[in-house]
Ligand binder design. Structure first.
Ligand code: SF4
Ligand code: FES
Length: 391
């Protein structure tokens, strides 16, 4: 008796679900910058825009599709929702974070077609750069830094900020990773990698507000087998690969796809070569700068592949990595570069800088006469150079 009642109830619920399924559209129609596409319910505006691709896609500094819970921290992906849905076509009063807002059927979104969005994005870039040092000439991330790209696309030449920037001592976090907290934008991606890829997270964001900083608990080293992936997800140069630091500029290297049989990870990597020398090993990245997926699984790589296999004979070479033709890596120079205004007061509203550092005073690179070298410089060229410039 009880069983029969239970089965009837189950049948009723099943029929109701079928009815709902029939009524709801299988796909939601969403229009982004006048381009309409259909996406599955539950898709975020950002992922819908990624399906269209190109300029329509908002930039994302903290969202990372392969890391659960990421997004909602940086505000670079703000968009305007001009119509909420077919059922309720009212516009949303405020700009929304596209990585954290799901599409509705009939939603109309503006990204590059909205002046409000462009203005807000310029404000977000200015905000991200408040405390960020403009040390691209000596930063290892230059040429593949998302903040650098964002600054070029949306930044302003001048700054309104007059106060002392936050500075931190360089922190050594383990044998492979160097932390430059001054460059961190607190996107939380590295903490998600530690949470979701390693067994034991030993670092995190300590303190709050303008005191917030990434640090290890009581200076514990991050030496987990998958910790190197933090370097790949960091959108700026806050976490850098100690085995590659200062060895070369990324646009002077040749990226090559390669693989090896690895019992810990997928073993599919990009080798960054200079001649036959393997200067760096990274996971392969997709067009959004995220690690590529294979059979639906993210292709994170282990520390053995990343740090210990630095010889071409360790790898089966597949061929050159496809690099976006607009990237400085494929161009060897910045595209459409405008020479910056050299006189600082021009960009500082008439004010003169209080302090200037001449980079040539502090860089060892200048102690080598590059023009006298028979071929291109490699990391070996600078190996024997000490801080006094003596070879
Ligand atoms: S260190 Fe890099 S990945 Fe970690 S929070 Fe800072 S910017 Fe993000
Ligand atoms: S990418 Fe959406 S808030 Fe950072």
């Amino acid at each position: 008796m009880f069983r029969r009642r239970y089965n009837k109830k189950k049948e009723r619920i099943f029929n109701m679900a079928e009815e709902i399924k029939k009524e709801a559209p299988a796909n939601f129609k969403v229009t982004i910058d006048n381009i309409t596409i259909e996406v599955a319910p539950g898709t975020s505006i950002l992922n819908a825009a990624r399906k269209i691709g190109g300029d329509v896609t908002p930039p994302a500094m903290c969202y990372y599709s392969k890391l659960q819970g990421s997004g909602g921290k940086c505000r670079t992906c703000l968009v305007e929702v001009a119509a909420g849905s077919t059922a309720d076509p009212r516009p949303m009063p405020k700009l929304v974070a596209s990585c954290r807002t799901n599409v509705m059927d009939g939603m109309i979104v503006k990204n590059i077609t909205s002046e409000r969005v462009q203005d807000a994005r310029a404000g977000v870039v200015e905000f991200l750069l408040l405390n960020h040092p403009l040390d691209c000439p000596i930063c290892d991330q230059a040429g593949e830094c998302h903040l650098q790209d964002l600054g070029y696309e949306h930044g302003k030449e001048g700054t309104r900020y007059e106060f002392k920037r936050r500075t931190f001592e360089k922190e050594d976090i383990g044998p492979y990773i160097q932390l430059h907290m001054t460059r961190c934008i607190l996107c939380y991606r590295c903490t998600y990698v530690a949470d979701q890829l390693t067994d034991n997270r030993v670092h995190g964001i300590l303190d709050r507000g303008d005191h917030a900083e990434i640090s290890t608990y009581i200076s514990k080293a991050i030496d987990n087998d998958f910790s190197g992936n933090m370097i790949d997800v960091c959108p700026v140069g806050a976490l850098t690969d100690k085995t590659f630091r200062f060895k070369n500029r990324v646009w002077f290297t040749k990226p090559v796809n390669a693989h090896r049989d690895c019992d810990k990870c997928c073993g599919k990597v990009t080798l960054w070569q200079r001649g036959d020398e393997v200067l760096r090993v990274t996971a392969r990245k997709d067009e959004w700068g995220e690690v590529q997926s294979y059979d639906g699984k993210p292709g994170w790589i282990c520390n053995t592949c990343r740090f210990d296999k630095k010889h071409v004979n360790d790898w089966m070479i597949e061929g050159p990595t496809k690099i976006n033709r607009h990237s400085v890596i494929s161009q060897g120079h910045y595209v459409g570069l405008h020479k910056p205004k050299e006189t600082m007061p021009e960009v500082m509203g008439g004010r003169a800088p209080k302090l200037l550092m001449d980079i040539h005073d502090v860089s060892d690179v200048n102690s080598v006469d590059i023009s006298a070298l028979p071929g291109p410089a490699t990391s070996k060229t600078f190996e024997k150079t000490n801080s006094n410039g003596k070879q």
